[in-house]
Design a binder for this molecule. Structure first.
Ligand code: PEP
Ligand code: MN
Length: 344
């Protein structure tokens, strides 16, 4: 951190800042300019003293305190310059293949999930998605089939050969979901549930961390570090749109997250154009844009009968629409240097 002293700060005031830094364990490095003096904090403070630095801004003779390092070293590109890569049952994530995750918003019946899984597998999807524990805005809305849904996903995996990702919302369910699923999904609403993040960090299953509804890149990456710090480095991020003033789409899909996070972090970035737009008809163009932007993967909602879907029918692709999308994406992904990953 750098403490920028106010113009005309006196020697005694500069000394006071140095003393306060020393109190919390920092060394001080002075740089005197024509008008201003900068005091660089050298070293590390214990976590409970970190806040002292920012609070120096309350002193009238301090103009600003500027952090120079990001508070998420484990997530930074420099920590693993070559990028994070791992496999989900033989499907490569984070490398030179595009991972296409497809399936319904919610698991509804065995026929629905098995039918969707075999159809999306036939169309070339890499992984299956399906929610068994659903985060719903309304407490009286359908909340998902829970464990019964997990069992149906297992049968869909068997029938289709696709490994599956499913959301876990409660730290108490992590063990059960991790014993069944191939990837644990942390939903947007749970991005800052730190107890849950720690728990999935201890699970021996890969994780996908969705971006919070109004999370900045910094907040998102700090959430990621909760998982990494517990020892789980099979982690990918998912941009799913953020809340803005725009009402023409369900969320505003922030595709700039793809290059920005690619620079900031070593974690693979997946894009979810379904929640990102909320409308079936906008999904294909944003899926193509995500691939062109360099995303490591896509997650799209697909339903055999969207108008009768129990959740998120308005943004689901039908099976035919998904086949059409795969026909478009296959050459595009190859052209962009990241051909679609095949299920193992
Ligand atoms: C989902 O992908 O099933 C979901 C609930 O999305 P989000 O957490 O991004 O709203
Ligand atoms: Mn959904």
């Amino acid at each position: 951190m750098i403490v920028v002293m106010a113009e005309g700060a006196t020697g005694a005031q500069i000394q006071e800042v140095q003393d306060r830094l020393a109190e919390v364990g920092y060394g001080a490095h002075l740089s005197r300019g024509e008008e201003r003096t900068l005091v660089g904090a050298v070293g590390e403070a214990p976590p409970e003293k970190e806040a002292v630095m920012a609070s120096l801004e309350s002193l009238p003779f301090v103009e600003r305190v500027i952090p120079v390092t990001k508070p998420y070293r484990l997530g930074l590109r420099a920590f693993r310059p070559e990028g994070t890569r791992f496999e989900v049952r033989g499907v490569p994530v984070g490398g030179d293949r595009l991972v296409v995750i497809a399936g319904p918003c919610s698991v509804e019946t065995e026929g629905q999930i098995v039918g969707t899984a075999t159809a999306v597998a036939g169309a070339g999807a890499s992984l299956l998605r399906g929610g068994a524990f659903k985060p719903r805005t309304g407490p009286y809305s359908f909340q998902g089939l829970g464990r019964e849904g997990l069992a149906m996903l297992e049968r869909a995996r068997e029938a289709s050969g696709l490994a599956f990702i499913t959301e876990v919302m409660d730290p108490r369910d992590v063990e059960v979901v991790a014993a069944s699923a191939d990837v644990l999904q942390i939903g947007a609403r749970s991005m800052q549930n730190y107890t849950l993040l720690r728990e999935v960090g201890r699970a021996r299953v890969p994780v996908m961390l969705k971006r919070g509804l109004s999370a900045t890149y910094d907040e998102w990456l700090q959430a990621a570090v909760y998982i990494l710090a517990e020892g789980n480095d099979r982690l990918m991020l998912c941009e799913r749109g953020i809340r803005t003033y725009e009402t023409g789409t369900r969320n505003t899909l922030d595709l700039a997250a793809v290059p920005v996070l690619g620079e900031l972090s070593h974690l693979p970035v997946i894009v979810d154009p379904s929640h990102g737009t909320g409308r079936t008809r906008y999904v294909p163009s944003m899926a193509r844009a995500a691939v062109a932007a360099g995303a490591h993967g896509l997650m799209v909602e697909v339903h055999p009968d969207p108008t009768h879907a129990w959740t998120d029918g308005a943004q689901a692709l039908s099976l035919d629409q998904f086949r059409g999308l795969m026909d478009e994406l296959t050459p595009l992904a190859a052209l962009c240097g990241r051909p679609v990953a095949r299920a193992a």
